[in-house]
Write a protein that binds this ligand. Structure first.
Ligand code: ZN
Length: 278
């Protein structure tokens, strides 16, 4: 998977993708993670719940084990490290205890960039995850909070992955990346999450589960998302020829974001980005 064609960068950068469930990183940032890994940078995935609610046939404990294995398989393809918290799926709360646990994890990894959910999202676990990251941001630099682990000296930028929700406000595309060259790689990551993409999600969406040619079915099913993002945002920004894309919104609670700092090679189609000058 790590299609390195050149030497790793001298100063590898560290991306931390924080999702609520064991497949969220791949769904929401699979293209960015693949480009990141291919450029030789370092990557960590965090899942804040155990995924134990996402199935109509498996019991919670059995499902948690299945999803841990699936998440680890996807992370392995990327060369990423992974942490799956054992919080119950569907019951995540932005508690003080979890905020401080998250602060400890972020400080320990010391990311150059964080990606997570937007606070507006259909799933309460996604919202709680976004809230936890938002609540952790400022405190990452405060030494008297989680005093056992040294504070960060620089606040990393936080990017929020695209979603379609409109309340309380529409997603704002600050950074759009061209993921056309890695679409098949993202599909291969999602293929690791068989309990979700072939079983649970078709079940919840009223689709019949695929019985043959599963990868082709998955590619068609998944591609609608990055195709929509490309059409919606790349075209808006007069970037013709981008077939598949991911879009990110800069959180004003993170550090200053400058896309020029994240050199992922020619695969990145940088549209516009925000430098918060505060
Ligand atoms: Zn999720």
């Amino acid at each position: 998977m790590r299609g390195l064609t050149s030497m790793p960068p001298q100063n590898p950068q560290r991306l931390l993708v924080i999702g609520a469930h064991p497949d969220d990183a791949e769904f929401h940032a699979g293209g960015l993670m693949t480009l990141w890994a291919n450029a030789g940078h370092q990557l960590k995935i965090m899942c804040l719940t155990d995924g134990s609610a996402g199935h109509h046939q498996h019991a919670p404990e059995q499902l948690a084990n299945i999803r841990q294995d699936e998440a680890e398989a996807a992370a392995k393809r990327l060369g990423a490290s992974i942490t799956v918290w054992q919080e119950a799926d569907g019951r995540l709360q932005a508690s003080l205890a979890l905020r401080e646990k998250l602060i400890a994890e972020i400080r320990t990894f010391a990311p150059d960039l964080i990606v997570t959910h937007r606070p507006a999202d259909y799933h309460p676990d996604h919202r709680a995850t976004a809230q936890l990251v938002q609540d952790a941001c400022y405190l990452l630099q405060v030494p008297n909070i989680v005093p056992d682990i040294p504070p960060l000296t620089k606040l990393p930028p936080v990017l929020l992955a695209w979603d379609r929700f409109t309340y309380p406000r529409l997603f704002r595309a600050d950074w759009v990346i061209d993921t056309t060259s890695v679409l098949d790689d993202v599909v291969a990551l999602l293929n690791c999450h068989a309990s979700q993409v072939y079983e649970w999600l078709p079940h919840t969406q009223g689709d019949s589960a695929p019985t043959a040619e599963r990868i082709s079915w998955l590619k068609e099913w998944y591609a609608a998302r990055p195709r929509h993002v490309a059409k919606r945002f790349a075209t808006e920004m007069a970037a013709d020829g981008v077939k598949y894309a991911e879009a990110y919104e800069v959180s004003e609670y993170g550090g200053a974001f400058d896309a020029a700092l994240f050199d992922l090679g020619s695969a990145i189609h940088e549209q516009r980005h925000m430098n918060y000058d505060r």
